[in-house]
Design a protein around this ligand. Structure first.
Ligand code: ZN
Length: 103
């Protein structure tokens, strides 16, 4: 389903990474989906991207097994902690909409 998000809705964060907000019935936004050209994933998996859930009361009640990210700012987007791809090891922060890699 996520692959149906049109390209123009994704924010280009630089360094080959893009993200887009997603919403649920309570939180708007509820998190982001990020995608990057991941050598560890098939093309279809990479297009689908990875979910980053924001730390909200709803998320704490419904996604207790998941990591939740603190939202420092929605517009522009800044979140804490860092994001790491378990496939290829890509690691960094999203700050002011942009990807800041951790070397
Ligand atoms: Zn990756």
């Amino acid at each position: 389903m996520l692959r149906l998000i049109p390209d123009h809705l994704w924010t280009d964060a630089g360094h080959g990474l893009q993200w887009v907000f997603f919403h649920n019935e309570v939180d708007s936004p509820a998190g982001i989906v990020e995608r990057h050209n991941c050598p560890a994933l098939s093309a279809e998996e990479a297009v689908r991207g990875g979910m980053v859930l924001f730390d909200t009361p709803y998320a704490r009640g419904h996604y207790q097994q998941s990591t939740l990210w603190e939202v420092l700012s929605v517009e522009p987007l800044s979140i804490n902690e860092s994001i790491m791809c378990l496939g290829c090891g890509l690691h960094g922060f999203i700050t002011n909409n942009m990807w800041e890699p951790i070397e």
